[in-house]
Design a protein around this ligand. Structure first.
Ligand code: F6R
Length: 369
């Protein structure tokens, strides 16, 4: 039930802190990741030389975020591919390939068929899933459940942060099994993960009313662009997807580095552009690059809405609006930066009088190809 909330989506966004906390619960002991579901699979993880993550929509963006950390912690090359594209291109896979599927429902037909294809072609399969006993985990060699709780609104929100959390746990586990990440480094990453729920809560407490007000002012906007770099790039894509599906507004996400290769031609006076700004403390070099992207689009009249770390003073004079997130290490920022974007899309759809739980033409579980 919705409880006192105006929509399931509002309730589910408010549950993002718990979704992360519950996905971590029982899986950390003395700074080490312990995933009981993966017991006995050390040989499987020792024997792989590639990871391919497959999923659709928001789940695929979670995969794109996860790729950076998993590759870093396991030193195994990671690719991310849309499930429907993977299956129809005769991919080169075999017993050394781990295919990681991500699905909230566990029933998405495109993802299920890709998992079956991978198995039939000898790959190992691991499912990151939010629904106990769903078809995709049943078809997989291994499962890491997300514990976001039931997600009712069509748009995926709390499942997204839980998926990134589960991928990080999986990455740390595989990294430790293979000796690619030290116990001390893993413990530090675990501490960062454990701090995430309270940080998301701080965004909900401090920023939500302001973001909703801001979304209200923007209700007539016809096009919104989103820019990000590194782990901020899939967050930009996620921000754009949510705005399309909930508010029916043309929205597009770009890698900030791509601007001068084409998209900057879209910038005209008044064009709203959300920019996911990396922390000046934990990602100094990338912060500089993203700030210079902001300068380039600002010079062409863009209206810049920055999602920036609380202590980031440099961004203030350069943006029209700054939405604040707490300080976090580079891999953990996306778990925070996505929250204002979920609130914004929900707020704008609400301001337009739309049903945020049941957007037109969409179904929660896409069980057809
Ligand atoms: C977007 C959204 C969809 C799903 C996609 C995959 O808000 O909800 O893009 O993420 O249909 O669904 P699952 O995770 O159930 O496989």
């Amino acid at each position: 039930e919705k409880g006192g909330w105006s929509s399931f989506m509002a309730k589910e966004v408010s549950e993002e802190p718990e979704a992360v906390a519950n996905t971590l619960r029982g899986r950390i002991h003395d700074g080490e990741v312990v995933i009981p579901e993966l017991d006995g699979l050390d040989d499987l993880f020792a024997g792989i030389s590639r990871i391919i993550v497959i999923a659709c929509g928001t789940a695929a963006y979670a995969g794109q975020v996860g790729k950076y950390a998993i590759e870093q912690w396991t030193r195994i090359p990671v690719e991310v591919e849309l499930a429907h594209e993977f299956r129809y291109r005769d991919p080169v896979i075999g017993p050394d390939t781990l295919v990681v599927s991500i699905s909230q429902s566990g029933e998405t037909m495109d993802t299920l068929m890709a998992v079956k294809y991978a198995r039939e072609h000898g790959a190992k399969t691991l499912s990151v899933c939010n629904t106990q006993g769903a078809t995709i985990p049943r078809e997989s060699d291994a499962i890491v459940y997300t514990h976001a709780g039931p997600e009712v609104a069509v748009a995926s929100t709390k499942a997204f942060v839980a998926q990134i959390t589960a991928l990080y746990l999986m990455g740390l586990h595989i990294g430790r099994v293979r000796g690619a990440v030290s116990a001390a480094d893993a413990a530090e990453h675990v501490r960062e993960l454990e701090a995430v729920p309270a940080k998301i809560q701080r965004i909900l407490d401090n920023e939500q009313p302001r973001i909703e007000q801001f979304a209200h002012w923007m209700a007539d906007t016809r096009s919104v662009l989103f820019l990000g770099r590194h782990v901020g790039y899939p967050i930009a894509l996620e921000g754009a997807l949510k705005l399309k599906e909930l508010a029916y507004i043309h929205a597009e996400g770009f890698a900030a580095g791509e601007l001068k290769h084409g998209p900057i031609a879209l910038i005209e006076p008044g064009q709203p552009v959300f920019v996911v700004v990396p922390s000046p403390v934990t990602s100094a070099e990338m912060h500089k690059k993203v700030v210079s992207s902001i300068e380039e689009i600002r010079a062409r009249g863009a209206r810049v809405i920055a999602i920036a770390e609380e202590g980031d003073a440099a961004v203030l004079p350069k943006a029209d609006e700054v939405l604040r997130i707490p300080l976090a290490g580079p891999f953990f920022e996306p778990l925070l930066a996505v929250v204002p974007l979920h609130i914004f899309a929900m707020g704008l759809a609400t301001a337009k009088g739309l049903d945020v739980d049941q957007p037109r033409n969409l179904a929660k579980s896409v069980t057809v190809e």
